[in-house]
Design a protein around this ligand. Structure first.
Ligand SMILES: [Zn+2]
Length: 239
């Protein structure tokens, strides 16, 4: 609750600063607008875009696409899990075959969202791109899900994965742990693990080639201008 309250306070403060004529010298790559700053959430003082609400990871994805570091396969098929980032729904839904999906479709106001359980994802070889941001920490068996994603991709297809990270090794839990205990250990009541940098090993173990793209590797001026943060795990099913 404190986190959410802080979010509203700093969002309001940014509106006031803007109204008082503060110079909009930062930019959001998710909505393309100039902003006077970004609002705080949790312990990140520059978390959200005051215009569109985009998080650091949503801004990172948009910047990587605009910079040509990532290509959205618009002629192909995209499976978009937990489609709650509006800017990415707009970009991905331009694809010839766009499938937005979640275990609980009612949570997303996106047309055509279908129910999908990644534990039972079909080995279709259908997709050119699989996108899941903050999904893997919710699934009961991530080793199995990574293998499922591999088999759902075409050879040469890519999975773009973002997860909450800490610096320690991954700590696994299960749904047998009470929700309150999961919130304490994994940061949220419906998370069953907390990932560390060794998430990379799990991705490779499923057969993927992996590139890690960390916001820290981006030019500091660009990173500051857009307040970019987070790390993308770009996994590729070998051709
Ligand atoms: Zn924005």
């Amino acid at each position: 609750m404190a986190k959410a309250a802080g979010k509203h306070l700093t969002r309001t403060a940014l509106k006031v600063r803007k109204a008082l004529g503060a110079r909009a010298n930062r930019g959001c790559p998710a909505c393309g607008r100039t902003v006077v700053g970004f609002f705080r959430y949790g312990d990140n003082p520059e978390w959200g875009c005051p215009e569109c609400g985009a998080s650091p990871r949503e801004r990172l994805m948009n910047w990587l696409i605009d910079a040509g570091r990532l290509a959205v396969p618009v002629d192909g098929a995209i499976l978009h899990m937990a489609p709650n980032e509006g800017s990415l729904v707009r970009r991905f839904s331009a694809a010839r075959d766009y499938v937005p999906a979640d275990l609980d479709p009612s949570r997303y106001p996106v047309p055509g969202v279908r129910r999908m359980d990644l534990m039972e994802l079909e080995a279709s070889g259908r997709y050119d791109l699989f996108y899941a941001s903050h999904v893997m920490e919710h699934v009961p068996d991530d080793h199995a899900v990574l293998r499922n994603i591999f088999a759902a991709l075409k050879p040469g297809g890519e999975a773009w994965l973002i997860v909450p990270l800490w610096e320690k090794p991954t700590e696994d839990g299960s749904f047998a742990i009470p929700p309150r205990e999961r919130e304490r250990r994994f940061g949220q009541w419906d998370h069953v693990r907390q990932y560390g940098p060794d998430f990379a090993d799990r991705i490779r173990a499923a057969g993927f080639e992996l590139e890690e793209i960390d916001a820290a590797s981006i030019d500091p001026d660009i990173r500051h201008f857009h307040a970019l943060d987070d790390r993308l795990f770009r996994a590729r099913r070998p051709a």
